[in-house]
Write a protein that binds this ligand. Structure first.
Ligand SMILES: O=C(O)CCC(=O)C(=O)O
Ligand SMILES: [Fe+2]
Length: 243
């Protein structure tokens, strides 16, 4: 990469109180591949290794697909096709509206926009495996909508030691978000101090280590749309028994 090449929009160093996060995306589509290097994936890997999280302006894929994904989630929500999200997994799974009250639906990778997104997720997964040896085997992603007043209390996306969700990624799908609207993703550092507040504008993407990073969705005054994706490293039950 030439020395003079601009850095992608990297917000990980911004102080928590900075509400001036720019809503304009750098042309990450062209930045995504520079001389054979996946700049976005490389930045994600470096940030996960150092801070445990990062925020990007885009994933380096076509803005047309972003808009299409936004239209998909709006249509699903308006058709009543999103279901109240639960907490926990397996038999312990239950609805807990006092903890989270978003509505979700899994992506299936079928539409052109979802296929492009899945391709990008695969590239990022491969890069993370190559650079951080995470052994990620697959990912799963859902659309989410938080109604006005919606929230998701502070949580981690997986429990230490039991993790099959290793890396979380949230891609935001909202236009014209005002600072007073709320709905930020609040990321905490290891000491419990607020490390960042991410305004959920179209294309902005937060990536963090699922086991380590405490985070919460603050209440917002309007509908808030996103895609949440988890990169997983699942081993078979047999292998688990051998450990
Ligand atoms: O929408 C966000 O900003 C985060 C959502 C989240 O934390 C989750 O679904 O686990
Ligand atoms: Fe989460």
């Amino acid at each position: 990469m030439p020395d003079s090449y601009p850095e992608p929009a990297l917000l990980s160093e911004l102080p928590a109180s900075d509400s001036s996060l720019s809503a304009t995306s750098l042309p990450l589509q062209s930045l995504a591949q520079v001389a054979g290097t996946d700049v976005v994936a490389e930045h994600v890997a470096n940030s996960l290794a150092s801070a445990g999280w990062c925020v990007l302006e885009g994933l380096g894929f076509d803005p047309v697909h972003l808009t299409a994904l936004q239209q998909e989630v709006v249509a699903l929500h308006e058709a009543g096709a999103l279901a109240p999200a639960a907490i926990g997994r397996g038999p312990g799974q239950k609805l807990a509206a006092e903890i989270r009250n978003d509505r979700t639906a899994w992506l299936d990778g079928q539409s052109a926009a979802q296929a492009a997104l899945f391709k990008r997720f695969s590239e990022i997964q491969q890069f993370l495996n190559r650079s951080l040896y995470l052994g990620l085997t697959h990912f799963e992603a859902h659309f989410a909508a938080f109604e006005p007043g919606g929230f998701y209390r502070a949580h981690r996306d997986s429990f230490q030691g039991k993790a099959s969700r290793l890396v979380s990624l949230v891609l935001y799908l909202n236009e014209r978000w005002q600072p007073e609207t709320g709905g930020e993703l609040r990321i905490y550092d290891a000491e419990g101090a607020v490390a960042a507040e991410v305004v959920p504008v179209l294309g902005r993407t937060a990536v963090f280590l699922s086991e380590d990073v405490l985070h919460e969705v603050c209440p917002s005054t309007r509908l808030r749309y996103s895609i949440a994706c988890w990169f997983r490293a699942d081993v078979s039950d047999n292998l688990l028994l051998l450990r």
